[in-house]
Each structure stands twice: as structure tokens, then as C-alpha cells.
Design a protein around this ligand. Sequence first.
Ligand code: OOG
Ligand code: MG
Length: 258
Amino acid sequence: MTDVAKWTAYLLDAERDRRAVEPITLTDPGLDAADAYRVQDAIIAAKVAGGDRVVGAKLGLTSKAKQQAMNVDEPVYAQLTSSMTLPGEVPLQVSSLIHPRVEPEIVFLLGAPLAGPGVCAHDVLEATAAITCGLEVIDSRYADFKFTLPDVAADNASSARYVLGSTWIDPHSADLALIGCVYEHNGDVFATASGAAVLGHPAEAVALLANFVGSRGGRLEEGWIVLSGGLTNAVAVAPGDHVTATFGRLGTVRLACV
Ligand code: OOG
Ligand code: MG
């Protein structure tokens, strides 16, 4: 039996102390995905009890680039809270995290609730108020970002911060699969991709998320921000770095690190 309370405290302490820890499965190889998501829920409940607020959700490990880099071949779901929001133009304080990495994403703003079963990409676009681009700052609580799927699910999919672009478009006004992304780190192109990098179409990723959340008795709420997954591998950042993702019609999103 997995001790959910123990692993919840383990990961919350690591985040608070900015200290990387060993993966849970190293000492508890029996940790399965269901238990892992119970740990994630308990972490979010503790944050909400401390005054934080759930403002959205995300799917991770939706692109081949990310799955290969992290050596996990299945997507992972996580929850976003208000304390993770970095307002535009506010730099990332690298020392506030353990070992942050940054990745470019296509972001949905929901105009209606969504929950599976049976949600398809078309339903997602119908329920979406607007689309923008974003940068997600991930910060695995595990040493060297080494984890299995249950480990990363328990760790709220490495979620730490996110920043949104300022250009919002109608979800029907562009083919999101064809939106290109040029991702630069300190002025050099680090990677390029298009929206199709996440499960063929970013709305497919959100559909998967809605069906997963529905299968656990939850739903994605109106007004939520949904991150559809890193289009490219993430880049490790240090103080003084800056990253820029340019997304054609979705505009540009930048993050400076101090
Ligand atoms: C897990 C989080 C993955 C994404 O967009 O693929 C993620 C990790 O890479 O540490 O957020
Ligand atoms: Mg991500």
C-alpha cells in the first residue's frame, strides 16, 4: 500500500526547500498511476488550503521530443494554480526553484466546461474561448529530472510556473496543427516545431486531458487555462538567460531569468 500522505509531504518539502529528491518509485516500486494521481491531488489540496487557487490544467509529455527526452512514452496530466502564474515581463527568479527548464506551448482558454468521456478535438475547439502561446517553466522535484510515469504524475508533472503570450486568436481562425514555433535560447535557435508536434493537433491533447479528467470524476472548468504540452524539448535556464518563442499568428512570448 502506498502511503499517499507520506509522499505528499515528501514532494511538498522538496519544493519548499528547493531540494531535489530521489524518485518515489526507488523506495516504493509499487506506486501505480492511480496512487500517483492521489498524491498529486493531495499536493494541490494542500496548496489550496494554504490560499492557492486552481486556475487550469495541463498535459505533459504529448510530443515525441518530450517523450524521448524524458524517457516516458505516455502523456501526464497536472493541475495549475494561481501561484504558478508569472505575469508577462516579470523575470523568473532562478533561485526560487530547483533546476528550472523552459518549454514552448500552445495554450487554450476555456469558454465552457469540458469533461469526458467521448470528448474529441472538435468539442475542444467549440469549448475554447481563445488560444495563445506560452512558456512553461518546469522544475521536477526529482534529481536530474529522472522519473517514471507514476513519479512525474505524483509530482504534478514537474509544474512550477508559466507565462502567457499577449496575442489571443479565435480557435477556429487558424489550423493549430500548422502554427509554427521558433524557440530561441539566448538569441540562438534551440528548436523549431509546429502545433502538430503535440499528438498531431493541440486540441487532440486537450481532448485527451478532458477524457482523462472525466474518467476521474472531474472536469475542466470555464475560464481555465490549459497548456497542451511542450512542442520541443525544454531548455535549462540560468540567471542572465532569456528565452523567446515566436509562434507566427500566436505572437511571441519571452522570459528573462535573473
Ligand atoms: C514533465 C513535464 C512535461 C510537457 O509539456 O511535456 C511537460 C517533465 O518534462 O519534467 O510539462
Ligand atoms: Mg509542459
